[in-house]
Design a protein around this ligand. Structure first.
Ligand code: NAD
Length: 240
């Protein structure tokens, strides 16, 4: 069992889905957790259920000012942010000739620009303390192409590249940056997809809790020598 010993983690998109599982796992491992989301009721209810030490902050990850306010609120509450989990994401799909610019801009804004803004906002206080762990949620769609998922795939490849450039730049400052690449996980994002046609060697779709162990590991000193790495958590789906 990993003991996070009060380490402070901010999880974007933490109110539901896989992000909620990250919040619960980090809290259960002894972390102090900030749930950051646009879903105010769900996020506040989750933080209230967990009690101390958990907080909710409203955050639209596409808004730089809201990022500054969320970081300030987390630091006011807990003194620092040790771990940032950039998990908030959306998905959309259409054949390329019907893929509107609005669709493209929406998915890039949340999935890629949101991660950039979060890293930029959190780094100054991590640098000042000489340590930190940034965990960026990409996808197996950040490692291969899939029909129709043009904006989503581009955003998730982008998260992978951004994580690597940051790992190289921030390593000397004691800040680790890794990307995590879940496969098919049952959430509202995937509720309309039937996993039966997916060839998953472990023989089942994933649950949000299946990814959470990797997040707790990357939040902890058990991963102290790990940066710039890509963690595929997909039941073996893209190995074949
Ligand atoms: P979900 O739709 O269940 O949850 C997404 C969360 O992000 C929600 O709480 C939502 O309110 C929040 N969110 C959306 N836009 C936001 C914004 N602008 N600012 C702040 N929060 C915002 O989705 P999920 O399946 O839990 O996905 C979580 C992450 O995991 C996403 O980045 C997704 O791309 C990635 N992922 C999911 C799967 C999967 O199979 N479900 C696979 C690979 C990667």
């Amino acid at each position: 069992m990993i003991d996070l010993g009060g380490r402070v983690a901010l999880v974007t998109g933490g109110a539901r889905g896989i992000g909620e599982a990250y919040v619960r796992a980090l809290h259960a491992a002894g972390g102090r957790v900030v749930v950051a989301d646009i879903l105010d009721d769900d996020g506040a209810a989750l933080a209230a259920e967990l009690g101390d030490p958990a907080r909710f902050v409203h955050l639209d990850v596409t808004d730089a000012d809201q990022w500054d306010a969320a970081i300030r609120a987390a630091v006011d509450a807990f003194g620092a942010i040790d771990v940032l989990v950039n998990n908030a994401g959306i998905a959309n799909a259409a054949p390329i000739e019907h893929f509107t610019l609005d669709k493209w801009n929406a998915v890039i804004a949340v999935n890629l620009t949101g991660v950039f803004l979060g890293c930029r906002a959190v780094v100054p206080q991590m640098k000042a303390r000489g340590r930190g762990s940034i965990i960026n949620i990409s996808s197996v769609e950040g490692m291969r192409g899939s029909p129709g998922l043009h904006g989503y795939t581009a955003s998730k490849f982008g998260v992978r590249g951004l994580s690597q450039s940051l790992a190289v730049e921030l390593g000397p400052s004691g800040i680790r940056v890794n990307s995590v690449h879940p496969g098919f996980i049952r959430t509202s994002m995937t509720s309309r997809i039937d996993p039966a046609h997916l060839d998953i060697p472990l023989g089942r779709a994933g649950d949000p809790s299946d990814v959470a162990g990797t997040i707790v590991f990357l939040a902890s000193d058990a991963s102290a020598f790990t940066t710039g790495a890509e963690f595929v958590v997909d039941g073996g789906m893209i190995a074949g």
